[in-house]
Ligand binder design. Sequence first.
Ligand SMILES: *[C@@H]1O[C@H](CO)[C@@H](O)[C@H](O)[C@H]1NC(C)=O
Ligand SMILES: *[C@@H]1O[C@H](CO)[C@@H](O)[C@H](O)[C@H]1NC(C)=O
Ligand SMILES: *[C@@H]1O[C@H](CO)[C@@H](O)[C@H](O)[C@H]1NC(C)=O
Ligand SMILES: *[C@@H]1O[C@H](CO)[C@@H](O)[C@H](O)[C@H]1NC(C)=O
Ligand SMILES: *[C@@H]1O[C@H](CO)[C@@H](O)[C@H](O)[C@H]1NC(C)=O
Ligand SMILES: *[C@@H]1O[C@H](CO)[C@@H](O)[C@H](O)[C@H]1NC(C)=O
Length: 367
Amino acid sequence: MDHLYPKAMGHLVMLAAVFHYSESTLSVSANPEIFNPGLTTKLTVKCNYVKNDTSTSSPSALVSLFLSRANNGSSDYEEFASLNVFLGQQVNLITQENVKASGAINSTGESFIALTWDSPAEDVAGSYKCTAQGPDHVGHSVVIESTVDVKSSAPGNKDLLSQIQQLDSHLKQVEATINLMKTDFAGQLVQVSKNDTHVLALNDQTAQDINTLKQANANSSSANMKLLLEAFRSSVFSREFNGPNATYWLSKNSYTDVRDAENLCKLYKGYLVEINSDGEYAAVREFLNRLDTEIYYVYVGATDERAENQWVYRSDGTPVQFTDWAINQPRPGPDYNCMFMEESLGWRMSAYRCTSLTPIYALCELS
Ligand SMILES: *[C@@H]1O[C@H](CO)[C@@H](O)[C@H](O)[C@H]1NC(C)=O
Ligand SMILES: *[C@@H]1O[C@H](CO)[C@@H](O)[C@H](O)[C@H]1NC(C)=O
Ligand SMILES: *[C@@H]1O[C@H](CO)[C@@H](O)[C@H](O)[C@H]1NC(C)=O
Ligand SMILES: *[C@@H]1O[C@H](CO)[C@@H](O)[C@H](O)[C@H]1NC(C)=O
Ligand SMILES: *[C@@H]1O[C@H](CO)[C@@H](O)[C@H](O)[C@H]1NC(C)=O
Ligand SMILES: *[C@@H]1O[C@H](CO)[C@@H](O)[C@H](O)[C@H]1NC(C)=O
């Protein structure tokens, strides 16, 4: 039964199309007709109407165009967008979906409705039906229809591979530079060649790489970037834990500059951990206490670099809502403008330099 149902549906749709379809007067097309959610960056469905003076079975004057959609092989079409002579070029969108629409009714040329999705999600798939209405040559109202099926297909290994290969060399470079940023526990820079000049140069390169990745991530059309970041995630973060209000990811490597740590969090749409409540503080400290690795410092996303001892969150500049400074903290002065949590202080809060050779890890918060 499961197999028969969609087949039967397919025939019904075809019959309907043949019955109403009037030679190239009305057509609806999709580009592409099969898309990969997460990889396809753009999908367009376009309904076209060209007046045909020799046809007696189609409207001689177009009054309205409708585009409707039925999901999952159902025959319940829901109206999606419409256009009529009174609206002119103003497409009436009847959907909450994030879709761009354009269209025109043109009594002498081509009339159309075009819908465009950036990075279409799975539920954009369905059967799209275009309907044109208007009086025929003797004044009877006629309705003609045309349909197209838009299918979604899970990205196959092949699709993913080709996308990943395109950026693979870039990723390898980023991974290599991040690995080279590793510093040892004593605070000495460790690098395969033991050449500090070289390491410093690579740090600049990493900042650039992070910037490139960030830009690509900001491009809404780069859905593949999301997949790549996801693939890259396990080589950048070592642990995570879920709190009731946010998720926290701990970086695999340490960073000598708070801005590099911050960029890493931003790349993944997060920010350096911000402690807003007793409960969050307790949860974060418990997580840090459970670490069995040689991690002794994490950055907190707060700073007083604008005004001495006025601590604000780095992400939005609003005043810090919760502090639990360790004894003799925060130390005053321009050398102590960044906030940390320190293992040797029972993971309580301290102030220190925003840039130093001490290996400090990024704890990213994603809400
Ligand atoms: C217009 O309609 C006639 C009759 O249905 C058909 O034969 C002809 O191919 C159509 N012309 C165009 C350009 O579609
Ligand atoms: C209508 O179509 C004709 C012929 O294609 C074209 O020259 C004209 O600019 C169009 N008018 C509008 C308002 O789009
Ligand atoms: C289509 O069907 C699938 C599986 O039955 C379901 O998860 C999904 O929500 C449906 N989509 C829509 C738009 O109804
Ligand atoms: C360090 O690296 C730089 C740039 O690659 C190179 O010019 C220099 O000779 C290296 N120094 C040592 C001591 O290896
Ligand atoms: C982002 O999109 C803009 C405009 O579409 C393009 O010029 C730029 O090269 C893109 N950047 C990346 C990193 O893909
Ligand atoms: C979650 O948010 C509530 C309300 O802001 C707060 O009271 C609580 O401490 C938070 N808990 C954690 C673990 O973040």
